[in-house]
Design a protein around this ligand. Structure first.
Ligand code: FAD
Length: 477
C-alpha cells in the first residue's frame, strides 16, 4: 500500500544529461539499468516504493560537488542515500529523482586519540566506525539495530538516537564538525576538531537532522569517548511500565553516569522476537507482562556489583519480579539480539502501523495505557506492540493488525491510527518523531504539531540553501 502522496514531479533526464552525470563518477558508478537501481528505490520493510532513472555513486567530495552543480544548472532533483535503513521514507526517490548513494565514500580520514576525534566520510558504516574506535582503545557510542548497514552520513542526517542516547546523547551530540556539499555545488568545509569555537552561527547543526533537504554531508569529525572497562547487562521481568520507571530512577541514582541503556520491552514484542527472530531465546524461565534490558558501562570494575545491588533492591521493593545478568559476552549479545530483532519480527505478523514518539520520561506509563485503550477501541483486535528507549522517553509504539484480519484494510487506516496516538502524545507534551525523522511519513502532520514560527524559519532556511528545491524535495517540509 502507498502511505504517502507524491508532492513534486521530476523534470525528465535527457540521455545527454545522463551522460554528463556519468562522466563525473565514471561508467561503473552510474546505474541506469532498472535491475541495478531496484535496491535503491525500496526499503527493507517494503513500506516505501520509489523509482529513479539514475543512481550515482560518487567516490569523493569533488564528485558530489560536481553532481550538485550540474543538477542545479538543470534543475534536477536529488535524493541523498546512505545505508537505506531510514524508517520514514526520506531516502526513497518517490518522484523519479536521481539517487546519490554515498556508500562509496567510506574512508576514515583521520583518527586522533589525543583530541579524541575521528573523521569519517559519510558512507562509513556505523559498525565500522565503532570497530575503528575500539582498535585505538576508544568508544564511538552511537548504537542502533541497523548499525551493520546504516552510515555515518545517514546517522547525522536523521540525528539518530539508538540505545546509548541515555548516557551519550543523540548523533548531534557526537559530531564536532561537518563537510557538506550545498545544492549549488559549493563545499562547506567545517571539519573542525574544536570543542570550543564561538565564531558565529552554528551551521553544523542546521544540516544534522535535515534529512538531506539542505545539502549532502560528505564527511564528519566525530567525538570519541573512553572505552568502558566493564559492561554488565541485565534482562529483567516486571509487571508494568510504572515499575520500569521506578527501576530507571533507582538505577540512575545507584549507577550514576554508568547507566548506558535502559530499554522497555512489552510481552508481545518479546514474543514476536522469539517467534520470528533467528536464534532468539527467552532469557527468563517464566513470562512477564513487561521487560527491561539495561546496561551499565563503567571505567572501573565495579559495574557487576552495582548492577547486582540495583536488582536486589528492586526485588526487595517489589519493583522487579525476576532478573538475569549476562554471564559472558555471548549471553550479552543474545539479550541484545532479542531487542534488535524486534523491528523485523513484526513483519510476519501482518500489517503494522508505526509510531516513533517521545514524551517526558515520567509520562511513559500514562502514554502506553492511554494509547493502548484508544487504539484497541478504534480497531478491536488490534495488537499494540510497544518497546523502546524508556530512559529517553522514546517509545516505538507500533500497532499490529488483528489476527486473521485484512492487511490492506488495516494499513489503509494508518493516518487515522496515527491521529489517535499523536493526540495523546501532544497532550502529554511529547513529539511525533523522537529519532527516526519526518521524511515523507510525517511530513503532512508536521505543520500541525510544530510551532508556526519554527516552521516559517525552516522554510526560510530551505529557500536560502536550496532555492531551486532540488535537494530531497517533498521530504520534511
Ligand atoms: P538512509 O536511510 O540512507 O537515509 C536516511 C535519511 O538521511 C534520508 O532522508 C537521506 O536522504 C538522508 N541522508 C543519508 N545520507 C545522507 C548524506 N550523506 N547527506 C545528506 N543526507 C543524507 N534509528 C534511530 O535513530 N534509532 C534506532 O534505534 C534505530 N533502530 C533501527 C533499527 C532497524 C532494524 C532499522 C532498519 C532502522 C533503525 N533506525 C533507527 C533507523 C535508521 O537506521 C536510522 O535513521 C539511520 O540513521 C539511517 O542511516 P542510513 O545510512 O541508512 O540513512
Amino acid at each position: 500500500m502507498n502511505i504517502v502522496q507524491s508532492k513534486t514531479s521530476q523534470s525528465s533526464l535527457s540521455p545527454e544529461l545522463i551522460a554528463k552525470f556519468r562522466n563525473i563518477v565514471g561508467d561503473k558508478y552510474a546505474m541506469t539499468d532498472p535491475a541495478d537501481i531496484a535496491p535503491y528505490t525500496t526499503e527493507e520493510r517494503d513500506l516505501f516504493h520509489g523509482h529513479s532513472p539514475l543512481v550515482l555513486r560518487p567516490g569523493s567530495t569533488a564528485e558530489v560537488a560536481a553532481i550538485c552543480k550540474l543538477a542545479s544548472e538543470h534543475r534536477i532533483a536529488l535524493v541523498p542515500q546512505g545505508g537505506n535503513t531510514g524508517l520514514v521514507g526520506g531516502q526513497t526517490p518517490h518522484n523519479g529523482e536521481v539517487v546519490i548513494s554515498m556508500r562509496r565514500m567510506d574512508k576514515i580520514r583521520d583518527v586522533d586519540t589525543a583530541s579524541n576525534t575521528m573523521t569519517c566520510e559519510a558512507g562509513v558504516i556505523l559498525q565500522v566506525a565503532q570497530q575503528r574506535a575500539a582498535e585505538v582503545d576508544r568508544l564511538f557510542p552511537l548504537s542502533l539495530g541497523a548499525e551493520g548497514s546504516c552510515t555515518i552520513g545517514g546517522n547525522l542526517s536523521t540525528n539518530a538516537g539508538g540505545t546509548t542516547a541515555l548516557a551519550y546523547g543523540v548523533a548531534r551530540e557526537m559530531a564536532l564538525g561537518l563537510e557538506v556539499v550545498l545544492a549549488d555545488g559549493r563545499v562547506l568545509n567545517g571539519l573542525s576538531k574544536l570543542k570550543k569555537d564561538n565564531t558565529g552561527y552554528d551551521l553544523r547543526n542546521l544540516f544534522i537532522g535535515a534529512e538531506g533537504t539542505l545539502g549532502i554531508i560528505t564527511a564528519a569529525t566525530l567525538k570519541l569517548f573512553p572505552k568502558p572497562r566493564a559492561i554488565e547487562t541485565a534482562y529483567v521481568g516486571l509487571k508494568s511500565p510504572a515499575d520500569a520507571l521506578k527501576l530507571l530512577s533507582l538505577s540512575q541514582n545507584e549507577a550514576a553516569g554508568t547507566l548506558t541503556s535502559f530499554e522497555l520491552l512489552s510481552e508481545i514484542s518479546v514474543d514476536f522476537s522469539i517467534r520470528h527472530g533467528i536464534d532468539v531465546r527467552d532469557p527468563l524461565e517464566s513470562k512477564h507482562r513487561w521487560y527491561v534490558l539495561m546496561e551499565l558501562s563503567s571505567p572501573r570494575d565495579d559495574a557487576r556489583a552495582t548492577l547486582e545491588a540495583i536488582l536486589a533492591k528492586g526485588l526487595e521493593d517489589g519493583i522487579v519480579d525476576d532478573a538475569v545478568i549476562a554471564a559472558n559476552l555471548s549471553q550479552r549479545q543474545a539479550f541484545w539480539k532479542l531487542r534488535d530483532e524486534m523491528s523485523a519480527a513484526q513483519k510476519p505478523e501482518g500489517g503494522s502501523i508505526k509510531h516513533d514518539i517521545s514524551v517526558p520520561v515520567a509520562a511513559v506509563p500514562d502514554f502506553i495505557a492511554e494509547a493502548d485503550a484508544a487504539v484497541i477501541k478504534q480497531i478491536p483486535g488490534s495488537r499494540p506492540v510497544s518497546f523502546g528507549h524508556l530512559g529517553d522517553g522514546n517509545i516505538h509504539y507500533n500497532v499490529s493488525q488483528p489476527i486473521g484480519g485484512n492487511t490492506a484494510d488495516f494499513m489503509n487506516r494508518w493516518h487515522e491510527v496515527n491521529k489517535v496516538v499523536f493526540d495523546i502524545v501532544l497532550r502529554l507534551g511529547g513529539s511525533i518523531s523522537a529519532e527516526h525523522g519526518i521524511g515523507v511519513l510525517k511530513r503532512d502532520e508536521l505543520p500541525d504539531v510544530k510551532d508556526k514560527t519554527a516552521i516559517a524559519l525552516m522554510r526560510a532556511f530551505k529557500a536560502m540553501l536550496d532555492p531551486l528545491g532540488i535537494m530531497n524535495p517533498g521530504k520534511v517540509l
